[in-house]
Design a binder for this molecule. Structure first.
Ligand code: MG
Length: 364
């Protein structure tokens, strides 16, 4: 048990992200006043966590909605089953949803909360590093359709987020490492101290009880909170900053790689490769210093993330990138760095540069 840190996300309806170790008892305080009923949305694999978790809500009327693991939960059938359960339980607008799980659970549970009675409160309790630093903060919710991932959804900000690092103790090492892909991304786009922390810590020491991991989570959440508060609906930033789109650093190629591997690669691993790709692209299209490109590889490799990839030919990836939902019209857009912590949008790079950057990813 440690004193939790509280980070404020200063959007139109501000909320707190509580970060600490052994801090689940803070859950009650994140629920809006007057909540009578709570629906806990949780994947089957986390069943063991449920009893102690539900005890934290003693005195409230708690219903547990078990959903499939991972992306299997993100479809309309599962959402409909949740709506039905809320209806049977007489859920009103003053009741709340609590999600306990990884990013897929957060996305689905947030979507159910966003749509039930046009929006009830949701508190996210992420159980993966990736969800703590990314999915749980920022209010994006969604489900997949046969046409693609996250095509149906809405922005629905949580009433609070509880990041208990103790929950990471049983997370498989590869999942924790994958989460570091988003952490390192935050370092490059906004907070170089994150990079220094990674560079000065033995990677094996980044465990659930590590104070450095906690600081990395806090700093990554702070990066996301700042960007999101300025640009909740991804309409753009000010003074040349890409706004929320900056969080998409490395993601355009990452999404294409995920699709090419039929989503067998972990998101954070694909983001790591995508970050090296946009660094190589920026070196060609915008003159990013070679030392910074090398630093991308060094930091990501240090924590055990992939920095080269050749699993698909470039034309396949290019075709996918052209229909990425982040692209506008026909023009490909990438977030690249002008310098450390200076993200800008690169619109319509030349195909030569795109190819050359990909060639640089083929291991050298
Ligand atoms: Mg991501």
């Amino acid at each position: 048990m440690s004193t939790p840190s509280v980070l404020r996300v200063a959007t139109a309806s501000p909320y707190d992200v509580v970060v600490g170790h052994g801090v689940l008892d803070r859950l009650r305080g994140l629920l809006p006043a007057g909540v009578q009923r709570v629906a806990i949305i949780c994947p089957e694999s986390l069943e063991d966590l449920l009893d102690p978790f539900a005890d934290l809500l003693d005195g409230l009327d708690v219903v547990v909605l078990q959903v499939p693991d991972g992306e299997e939960a993100k479809n309309w059938e599962v959402a409909a089953a949740c709506w039905e359960a809320l209806g049977e339980d007489g859920f009103t607008r003053s009741d709340a949803v609590v999600t306990l799980g990884g990013g897929a659970t957060t996305d689905l549970g947030g979507f159910v909360a966003a749509t039930w009675l046009r929006g009830v409160a949701v508190v996210h309790v992420p159980t993966t590093l990736l969800a703590m630093v990314d999915a749980a903060v920022g209010g994006k919710t969604g489900i997949n359709t046969p046409a693609g991932k996250n095509l149906v959804g809405s922005f629905h900000e949580p009433a609070g987020v509880l990041c208990d690092l103790a929950l990471l103790a049983t997370l498989p090492r590869a999942e924790l490492v994958a989460g570091l892909g988003e952490v390192v991304k935050c370092g490059f786009i906004a907070d170089p101290r994150i990079l220094e922390l990674v560079e000065s810590t033995e990677p094996e020491a980044l465990t659930a009880d590590s104070p450095v991991l906690r600081e990395l989570v806090e700093r990554s959440v702070a990066v996301k909170a700042a960007v999101v508060a300025g640009d909740l609906k991804e309409r753009g930033g000010v003074d040349g900053h890409p706004g929320r789109e900056a969080l998409n650093y490395g993601h355009t190629l990452a999404h294409a790689i995920e699709k090419a591997t039929d989503y067998s690669i972990r998101h954070g691993e694909a983001v790591a490769i995508g970050c090296v790709y946009v660094a190589e692209l920026a070196a060609r299209a915008g003159g990013l210093a070679p030392e910074l490109v090398a630093r991308h590889r060094a930091v990501l490799e240090r924590v055990g993330l992939p920095t080269s990839w050749s699993g698909a030919d470039f034309d396949t990836l290019l075709a996918t990138m052209r229909v990425d939902k982040k692209s506008r019209g026909n023009q490909l857009r990438f977030v690249v760095l002008e310098d450390l912590a200076k993200p800008v949008v690169l619109a319509g790079p030349s195909e030569d540069d795109l190819r050359a950057a990909y060639a640089a990813l083929q291991g050298s």
